[in-house]
Design a protein around this ligand. Structure first.
Ligand SMILES: Nc1ncnc2c1ncn2[C@@H]1O[C@H](COP(=O)(O)OP(=O)(O)O)[C@@H](O)[C@H]1O
Ligand SMILES: [Mg+2]
Length: 237
């Protein structure tokens, strides 16, 4: 069964017009769906629609349950964690406190400590930086921290909005290797928005290309990666 299913989703910002016009998107249990498209296509808005951050309609189902009218906190509690574009760490808190915020709702303290250890194994750089204020971490470390904080809530679905944005190529590789690793270890489903389409398609099974708030192309990641027309029109050759 698919874990997340969007059918005909439309959405608008309270201060603006409609930005999504009937988006369909599916994420399989434990699978990765890449969400691609030019700047302004509606990728971030799609993730925000899923996590309840903007006014939306149509059908959004998570684990078979309609979530279209749920609030952000209710959606988070169902196991959807959103790592926003621009990372969204709590810059005034230490890295460790950011991770504690991630697990704040959990009561399984022993498992939380185990997950903390797993996060630090996944992102060894963070181990040395636990006491540092998040705002003082490098861009790459902040991205790792944002992902680790999301993991600390033990989500079933991770929404990643441009994790490589602004990172040096070497750090991007490190972050993507960790994402690939966490998928295997945490049996998570992921929606990944990424400008680097090859990176995203390399780890995804399904892919959706948005254009002006609509689905332009959808299919398997392999089909999209191998289609020359798709590459030229949407993926920069
Ligand atoms: N906070 C906002 N208020 C009003 N309109 C917005 C807001 N954020 C984005 N938009 C508009 O929504 C559309 C889609 O933007 P976005 O989802 O951020 O695209 P992408 O992530 O693909 O670059 C754009 O036309 C953008 O101008
Ligand atoms: Mg965006």
């Amino acid at each position: 069964m698919s874990l997340l299913e969007l059918r005909g989703v439309h959405a608008s910002y309270s201060d603006g017009g409609q930005v999504l016009h009937g988006v369909d998107l599916t994420v399989q249990e434990g699978g990765v769906t890449a969400l691609l498209g030019a700047n302004g296509a509606g990728k971030t808005s799609t993730l925000r629609a899923v996590s309840g951050m903007l006014r939306r309609g149509g059908s959004l189902r998570f684990d078979g349950r309609e979530i279209t009218s749920l609030r952000t906190d209710e959606i988070a509690r169902l196991g959807i964690a959103h790592v926003p574009q621009g990372r969204g760490t709590l810059t005034g808190l230490s890295a460790l406190d950011n991770l504690r915020v991630g697990s704040a709702r959990r009561r399984d303290r022993r498992e939380v400590e185990r997950d903390l250890e797993r996060c630090l194994n996944l992102f060894p750089r963070l181990r040395q930086r636990l006491g540092s204020t998040a705002g003082n971490l490098s861009g790459g470390e902040q991205q790792m921290l944002a992902i680790a904080r999301a993991l600390m809530s033990r989500p079933r679905l991770l929404l990643l909005d441009e994790p490589s944005l602004g990172l040096a190529p070497k750090i991007t590789v490190e972050v993507f290797e960790a994402i690939a690793g966490l998928r295997a270890e945490w049996s998570l489903a992921i929606v990944i928005v990424e400008q680097n389409a090859d990176l995203a398609l390399g780890m995804a099974q399904q892919a959706v290309v948005l254009e002006s708030g609509r689905v332009a192309i959808a299919g398997t990641a392999a089909a999209l990666a191998g289609n020359d027309d798709v590459r030229q029109a949407y993926l920069g050759g």
